[in-house]
Ligand binder design. Sequence first.
Ligand code: F6R
Length: 241
Amino acid sequence: MRIIKTKDYNDMSRKAANYIGALIINKPDCVLGLATGSTPIGTYKNLVAGYENGDYDFSNVRSVNLDEYKGLPKENEQSYYYFMHDNLFSHVNIDPANTHLPDGTEPDSQKACEEYNKVIASMGGVDLQLLGLGHDGHIGFNEPNDEFDKETHCVDLTEMTIEANKRFFNSIDEVPRQAYTMGIATIMRAKCVLMVVSGKDKAEILKKSFFGPITPQVPASILQLHPNFVLIADEDALSAL
Ligand code: F6R
Protein backbone atom coordinates (compact mmCIF):
# COMPACT_ATOMS: atom_id res chain seq x y z
CA MET A 1 0.00 0.00 0.00
CA ARG A 2 1.32 3.42 -0.91
CA ILE A 3 -0.06 6.56 0.72
CA ILE A 4 0.15 9.90 -1.04
CA LYS A 5 -0.64 12.64 1.47
CA THR A 6 -2.13 15.82 0.05
CA LYS A 7 -2.80 19.25 1.50
CA ASP A 8 -6.51 19.35 0.83
CA TYR A 9 -9.33 18.16 -1.45
CA ASN A 10 -8.10 20.13 -4.48
CA ASP A 11 -4.57 18.84 -4.09
CA MET A 12 -5.92 15.27 -3.77
CA SER A 13 -8.08 15.69 -6.87
CA ARG A 14 -5.22 17.06 -8.98
CA LYS A 15 -2.82 14.30 -7.94
CA ALA A 16 -5.42 11.57 -8.55
CA ALA A 17 -6.14 13.00 -12.01
CA ASN A 18 -2.40 13.16 -12.74
CA TYR A 19 -2.08 9.51 -11.72
CA ILE A 20 -4.94 8.45 -14.00
CA GLY A 21 -3.73 10.79 -16.76
CA ALA A 22 -0.27 9.19 -16.70
CA LEU A 23 -1.92 5.83 -17.35
CA ILE A 24 -3.94 7.27 -20.26
CA ILE A 25 -0.72 8.64 -21.78
CA ASN A 26 1.15 5.36 -21.26
CA LYS A 27 -1.69 3.08 -22.33
CA PRO A 28 -4.17 4.97 -24.54
CA ASP A 29 -6.57 2.01 -24.67
CA CYS A 30 -6.50 1.41 -20.91
CA VAL A 31 -9.55 0.14 -19.00
CA LEU A 32 -10.54 2.53 -16.23
CA GLY A 33 -12.77 1.35 -13.41
CA LEU A 34 -14.71 4.42 -12.32
CA ALA A 35 -16.64 5.48 -9.22
CA THR A 36 -19.38 7.94 -8.44
CA GLY A 37 -19.98 9.78 -5.14
CA SER A 38 -18.80 13.23 -4.11
CA THR A 39 -15.09 12.46 -3.63
CA PRO A 40 -14.06 11.79 -7.27
CA ILE A 41 -15.88 14.83 -8.69
CA GLY A 42 -12.72 16.98 -8.39
CA THR A 43 -10.65 14.22 -9.98
CA TYR A 44 -13.01 14.19 -12.96
CA LYS A 45 -12.88 17.99 -13.20
CA ASN A 46 -9.08 17.81 -13.43
CA LEU A 47 -9.25 15.03 -16.04
CA VAL A 48 -11.60 17.20 -18.10
CA ALA A 49 -9.17 20.13 -17.78
CA GLY A 50 -6.32 17.84 -18.88
CA TYR A 51 -8.36 16.77 -21.90
CA GLU A 52 -9.18 20.38 -22.77
CA ASN A 53 -5.55 21.45 -22.66
CA GLY A 54 -4.52 18.51 -24.83
CA ASP A 55 -2.76 16.35 -22.23
CA TYR A 56 -5.19 13.42 -22.25
CA ASP A 57 -6.83 11.74 -25.20
CA PHE A 58 -9.79 9.52 -24.25
CA SER A 59 -10.58 8.33 -27.77
CA ASN A 60 -9.40 4.78 -27.08
CA VAL A 61 -10.01 4.67 -23.32
CA ARG A 62 -12.55 2.12 -22.11
CA SER A 63 -14.40 2.31 -18.83
CA VAL A 64 -16.45 0.19 -16.45
CA ASN A 65 -18.21 1.68 -13.48
CA LEU A 66 -18.42 0.11 -10.06
CA ASP A 67 -22.16 0.19 -9.56
CA GLU A 68 -25.62 1.35 -10.56
CA TYR A 69 -29.01 1.57 -8.88
CA LYS A 70 -31.43 -1.16 -9.88
CA GLY A 71 -34.60 0.26 -11.42
CA LEU A 72 -33.35 3.70 -12.43
CA PRO A 73 -33.37 4.52 -16.13
CA LYS A 74 -30.33 6.27 -17.59
CA GLU A 75 -32.15 9.59 -17.90
CA ASN A 76 -32.95 9.70 -14.17
CA GLU A 77 -30.70 12.38 -12.69
CA GLN A 78 -29.87 10.12 -9.75
CA SER A 79 -28.65 7.25 -11.90
CA TYR A 80 -24.92 6.70 -11.92
CA TYR A 81 -25.10 6.69 -15.72
CA TYR A 82 -26.36 10.28 -15.54
CA PHE A 83 -23.65 11.18 -13.00
CA MET A 84 -20.86 9.85 -15.20
CA HIS A 85 -22.14 11.70 -18.25
CA ASP A 86 -22.60 14.86 -16.28
CA ASN A 87 -19.17 14.78 -14.62
CA LEU A 88 -16.92 13.16 -17.22
CA PHE A 89 -18.14 11.40 -20.35
CA SER A 90 -19.90 14.32 -22.02
CA HIS A 91 -16.86 16.57 -21.48
CA VAL A 92 -14.14 14.39 -23.02
CA ASN A 93 -13.72 12.49 -26.32
CA ILE A 94 -14.47 9.05 -24.88
CA ASP A 95 -16.53 6.86 -27.24
CA PRO A 96 -19.90 6.25 -25.50
CA ALA A 97 -19.76 2.67 -26.82
CA ASN A 98 -16.62 2.17 -24.71
CA THR A 99 -18.29 3.21 -21.43
CA HIS A 100 -20.05 0.61 -19.32
CA LEU A 101 -22.19 0.52 -16.21
CA PRO A 102 -24.33 -2.30 -14.85
CA ASP A 103 -27.75 -2.15 -16.56
CA GLY A 104 -30.01 -0.70 -13.89
CA THR A 105 -33.07 -1.23 -16.07
CA GLU A 106 -32.56 -5.01 -16.24
CA PRO A 107 -35.07 -6.46 -13.75
CA ASP A 108 -33.45 -9.90 -13.74
CA SER A 109 -30.61 -9.44 -11.23
CA GLN A 110 -28.77 -12.61 -12.15
CA LYS A 111 -28.82 -11.69 -15.83
CA ALA A 112 -27.67 -8.10 -15.17
CA CYS A 113 -24.75 -9.27 -13.01
CA GLU A 114 -23.64 -12.08 -15.32
CA GLU A 115 -23.74 -9.72 -18.28
CA TYR A 116 -21.60 -7.20 -16.43
CA ASN A 117 -19.03 -9.80 -15.39
CA LYS A 118 -18.80 -10.78 -19.07
CA VAL A 119 -18.30 -7.15 -20.13
CA ILE A 120 -15.41 -6.73 -17.67
CA ALA A 121 -13.83 -10.04 -18.71
CA SER A 122 -14.17 -9.19 -22.42
CA MET A 123 -12.08 -6.07 -21.84
CA GLY A 124 -9.24 -8.12 -20.41
CA GLY A 125 -9.70 -6.77 -16.89
CA VAL A 126 -9.40 -3.35 -15.30
CA ASP A 127 -6.07 -1.48 -15.43
CA LEU A 128 -6.94 1.03 -12.73
CA GLN A 129 -9.92 1.00 -10.39
CA LEU A 130 -10.81 4.34 -8.82
CA LEU A 131 -12.59 4.08 -5.45
CA GLY A 132 -14.09 6.27 -2.75
CA LEU A 133 -14.45 5.14 0.85
CA GLY A 134 -17.84 4.85 2.57
CA HIS A 135 -18.22 5.94 6.20
CA ASP A 136 -18.72 2.31 7.23
CA GLY A 137 -15.81 1.10 5.09
CA HIS A 138 -17.91 0.13 2.08
CA ILE A 139 -16.43 0.10 -1.42
CA GLY A 140 -18.82 0.13 -4.34
CA PHE A 141 -22.02 -1.05 -2.69
CA ASN A 142 -20.16 -3.78 -0.79
CA GLU A 143 -21.41 -3.07 2.72
CA PRO A 144 -20.06 -4.61 5.99
CA ASN A 145 -20.90 -8.29 5.88
CA ASP A 146 -19.96 -11.68 7.35
CA GLU A 147 -17.99 -12.54 4.25
CA PHE A 148 -16.43 -10.68 1.34
CA ASP A 149 -18.82 -10.53 -1.63
CA LYS A 150 -17.20 -11.84 -4.77
CA GLU A 151 -18.32 -10.94 -8.26
CA THR A 152 -20.93 -8.44 -9.49
CA HIS A 153 -24.10 -8.95 -7.47
CA CYS A 154 -27.36 -7.32 -6.47
CA VAL A 155 -27.45 -5.74 -3.01
CA ASP A 156 -30.33 -4.64 -0.83
CA LEU A 157 -29.55 -1.11 0.29
CA THR A 158 -29.47 -0.60 4.04
CA GLU A 159 -32.11 1.56 5.74
CA MET A 160 -29.27 4.01 6.50
CA THR A 161 -28.41 4.36 2.80
CA ILE A 162 -32.07 4.66 1.75
CA GLU A 163 -32.60 7.33 4.40
CA ALA A 164 -29.41 9.18 3.34
CA ASN A 165 -30.45 9.07 -0.34
CA LYS A 166 -33.97 10.31 0.11
CA ARG A 167 -32.90 13.95 -0.12
CA PHE A 168 -32.19 13.41 -3.82
CA PHE A 169 -35.70 12.15 -4.60
CA ASN A 170 -39.23 13.58 -4.43
CA SER A 171 -40.27 11.00 -1.86
CA ILE A 172 -38.75 8.06 0.02
CA ASP A 173 -40.85 5.70 -2.16
CA GLU A 174 -38.80 6.75 -5.19
CA VAL A 175 -35.47 5.85 -3.58
CA PRO A 176 -34.10 2.64 -5.12
CA ARG A 177 -34.02 -0.30 -2.71
CA GLN A 178 -31.41 -2.30 -4.58
CA ALA A 179 -28.24 -1.78 -6.61
CA TYR A 180 -25.91 -3.78 -8.81
CA THR A 181 -22.27 -3.59 -7.75
CA MET A 182 -18.93 -5.10 -8.65
CA GLY A 183 -17.89 -7.54 -5.94
CA ILE A 184 -14.77 -7.49 -3.82
CA ALA A 185 -13.10 -10.14 -6.02
CA THR A 186 -13.88 -8.06 -9.12
CA ILE A 187 -12.30 -5.01 -7.51
CA MET A 188 -9.27 -6.94 -6.22
CA ARG A 189 -8.48 -8.19 -9.74
CA ALA A 190 -7.82 -4.64 -11.00
CA LYS A 191 -4.12 -4.21 -11.77
CA CYS A 192 -4.04 -1.00 -9.74
CA VAL A 193 -6.52 0.32 -7.18
CA LEU A 194 -6.52 4.06 -6.57
CA MET A 195 -8.61 5.33 -3.66
CA VAL A 196 -9.35 8.99 -3.00
CA VAL A 197 -10.35 10.07 0.52
CA SER A 198 -10.92 13.55 1.87
CA GLY A 199 -12.16 15.13 5.07
CA LYS A 200 -12.06 14.67 8.85
CA ASP A 201 -15.29 12.67 8.76
CA LYS A 202 -13.38 9.87 6.96
CA ALA A 203 -10.35 9.87 9.32
CA GLU A 204 -11.56 7.11 11.68
CA ILE A 205 -12.76 4.75 8.97
CA LEU A 206 -9.56 5.31 6.97
CA LYS A 207 -7.52 4.27 10.03
CA LYS A 208 -9.75 1.26 10.68
CA SER A 209 -9.62 0.19 7.04
CA PHE A 210 -5.89 0.36 6.44
CA PHE A 211 -4.30 0.12 9.89
CA GLY A 212 -6.71 -2.35 11.48
CA PRO A 213 -7.50 -6.03 10.95
CA ILE A 214 -8.62 -7.28 7.54
CA THR A 215 -12.29 -8.17 7.96
CA PRO A 216 -15.47 -8.24 5.83
CA GLN A 217 -16.99 -6.04 8.54
CA VAL A 218 -14.76 -3.31 7.07
CA PRO A 219 -14.86 -4.19 3.34
CA ALA A 220 -12.13 -1.70 2.33
CA SER A 221 -9.66 -3.46 4.66
CA ILE A 222 -9.16 -6.17 2.01
CA LEU A 223 -7.26 -3.59 -0.05
CA GLN A 224 -4.34 -4.01 2.36
CA LEU A 225 -3.70 -7.24 0.44
CA HIS A 226 -3.78 -5.67 -3.02
CA PRO A 227 -0.30 -5.68 -4.61
CA ASN A 228 -0.75 -2.22 -6.15
CA PHE A 229 -3.01 -0.18 -3.90
CA VAL A 230 -2.47 3.60 -3.89
CA LEU A 231 -4.29 5.78 -1.38
CA ILE A 232 -4.43 9.50 -2.16
CA ALA A 233 -5.80 11.20 0.94
CA ASP A 234 -5.74 14.70 2.32
CA GLU A 235 -4.35 15.75 5.71
CA ASP A 236 -7.81 15.76 7.30
CA ALA A 237 -8.55 12.20 6.18
CA LEU A 238 -5.15 11.07 7.51
CA SER A 239 -5.49 12.99 10.78
CA ALA A 240 -6.37 9.94 12.94
CA LEU A 241 -3.10 8.12 12.18
C1 F6R B 1 -19.51 5.16 -5.72
C2 F6R B 1 -19.50 4.16 -4.69
C3 F6R B 1 -19.42 4.42 -3.22
C4 F6R B 1 -18.70 5.69 -2.82
C5 F6R B 1 -18.71 5.88 -1.29
C6 F6R B 1 -18.08 7.18 -0.85
O1 F6R B 1 -19.63 4.58 -7.02
O2 F6R B 1 -19.59 3.05 -5.08
O3 F6R B 1 -18.81 3.31 -2.61
O4 F6R B 1 -17.39 5.67 -3.28
O5 F6R B 1 -20.03 5.83 -0.83
O6 F6R B 1 -18.88 8.22 -1.31
P1 F6R B 1 -18.44 9.75 -1.19
O7 F6R B 1 -17.31 9.94 -2.12
O8 F6R B 1 -19.67 10.51 -1.63
O9 F6R B 1 -18.08 9.99 0.24
